[in-house]
Design a binder for this molecule. Structure first.
Ligand code: PGA
Ligand code: ZN
Length: 430
């Protein structure tokens, strides 16, 4: 089955910023859409999101050039190719771009195409996307990592730490993880309301962080878990994304809220202290992207008992993941399609992570769309974990809900191991 045409348009993400949608049409009329997400706390090693930079239009954020690259050069390369040869198409797009960071055509133009073709292939096969992407091997429903309080760049720096999240540790089913999360999410609103701190939500749907100290958030989070009727560290674990790259300037880490400044060793010690003090089961980007020595300190101290996820540290880039595996800086990798720019490279990053005995965590971006591609990607690859932001706003709920639908489609083939995924990577939660 051949690709007959590619179309593209500028649409808008969950922050109201322009992004790319690509529509692939096959020779039998089958179509597939790919909607590209967009980050705010982006790593320096990510593939390039091409924006027009014309300040007179959409504050410089329009993506008309990327759209025209899809309908021009990219379409000329893709048309006539076999829709089932995703790897061949993605390799051809990488070669056509010709730069290491996909900066000529734009990773947004390339990824939109790659996703649209993957979806068209599934539609042509008349199977769900997870089935097509995973070659029928994907059956594991993910353990969700769900934000309760948003911070960092997703809340205009109101607090320093980016994500305060929970994971349902004793849930026996995917539905039960959502029930636990819903209970904690709504209990958190009650706690914030009582404290006079309820003020809407941040970019990923978690409550706006009206706190004066980063550690006050732990207190509110523990109170919310308890208010919902759970014991922190038993039914519900705490999970953090420090997004430490954003806190690292000129050789120092800064917590602006408390006007505290840290060396790399001191900041690593703070991360280790928090893990001993609170029931934290996972920390993402505890150290800045290129602070390999800092990462090693944290990994050696707490890597046996806590998931340590590299996001900006690895940028879904197999070469950086490889370096991390050799240097043993983490034990998990955040997986974001648009950090690397093709479906094939994303799946290769997941497989490399799994081959090392590490854990992939499939993730959304802070700027999202209604596309639920990542729910399918998580199941297709048996990744075991999914991070989508909070439990509100439809661009987030679209993904959580899609996993419920996938579960129905899988029927008796569906598997759920929940927090059992940690033991599979040698992480023994205390
Ligand atoms: P981003 O945030 O999409 O703004 O990069 C998500 C994350 O850091 O995990
Ligand atoms: Zn992150």
């Amino acid at each position: 089955m051949k690709i007959k045409s590619l179309d593209a348009l500028q649409i808008f993400d969950s922050r109201g910023n322009p992004t790319v949608e690509v529509i692939a049409t096959l020779e039998d009329g089958t179509t597939g859409h790919g909607l590209v997400p967009s980050g705010a706390s982006t790593g320096h090693h990510e593939a390039l999101e091409l924006r027009d930079g014309d300040k007179s239009r959409f504050r410089g954020k329009s993506v008309f050039k990327a759209v025209s690259h899809v309908t021009g050069e990219i379409a000329r390369t893709a048309i006539g190719r076999d829709v089932f040869d995703q790897a061949g198409l993605d390799a051809a797009l990488i070669a056509l771009d010709g730069t290491p960071g996909k900066s000529r055509l734009g990773a947004n133009a390339i990824l939109g195409t790659s996703m649209a073709v993957a979806q068209a292939a599934a539609n042509a096969r008349r199977v769900p996307l997870y089935e097509s992407l995973g070659g029928g091997q994907g059956t594991l429903l993910p353990l969700p990592e769900i934000q309760i309080f948003g911070g960092g760049k997703h809340a205009q720096g109101r607090i320093d730490i980016q994500d305060f999240m929970i994971m349902a540790l004793t849930a026996q089913t995917y539905e039960e993880t959502l029930e636990v999360t819903a209970n904690v999410f709504h209990a958190a609103a009650d706690v914030m309301r009582e404290r006079g701190l309820l003020a809407g939500v941040a970019d990923e749907g978690g409550y706006w962080p009206m706190f004066d100290r980063n550690e006050d958030v732990f207190d509110a989070l523990m109170a919310s878990i308890e208010r919902a009727g759970y014991t922190p560290g038993h039914e519900v674990g705490i999970s953090l994304d420090i997004a430490a790259t954003d806190l690292f300037h000129e050789g120092h880490y800064t917590l602006g809220l408390e006007q505290r400044r840290f060396t790399s060793e001191q900041f690593a010690a703070l991360m280790i202290e928090w893990v001993t003090k609170y029931p934290i089961v996972s920390i993402e980007d505890p150290m800045a992207e290129d602070d390999w020595a800092g990462w090693k300190i944290v990994r050696e101290a707490i890597g046996q008992r806590c998931q340590l996820i590299g996001d900006d540290h690895f940028t879904t880039n197999i070469e950086r993941i490889e370096r991390g595996i050799v240097a043993n800086t983490a034990n998990a990798v955040l997986i974001k399609l648009n950090q690397i720019g093709t479906v094939t490279e994303t799946i290769a990053a997941i497989h490399r992570t799994q081959a090392a005995g590490w854990l992939p965590v499939v993730s959304a971006r802070s700027g999202e769309t209604e596309d639920a591609f990542i729910a399918h990607l998580a199941v297709a690859t048996n990744a075991g974990q999914l991070k989508v932001g909070s439990f509100s706003r439809s661009e987030r709920m679209a993904k959580w809900n899609e996993v419920l639908r996938i579960q129905r489609l899988l029927g008796s083939r569906a598997r759920f191991i929940g927090a059992g995924i940690f033991a599979s990577a040698g992480i023994q939660l205390p």
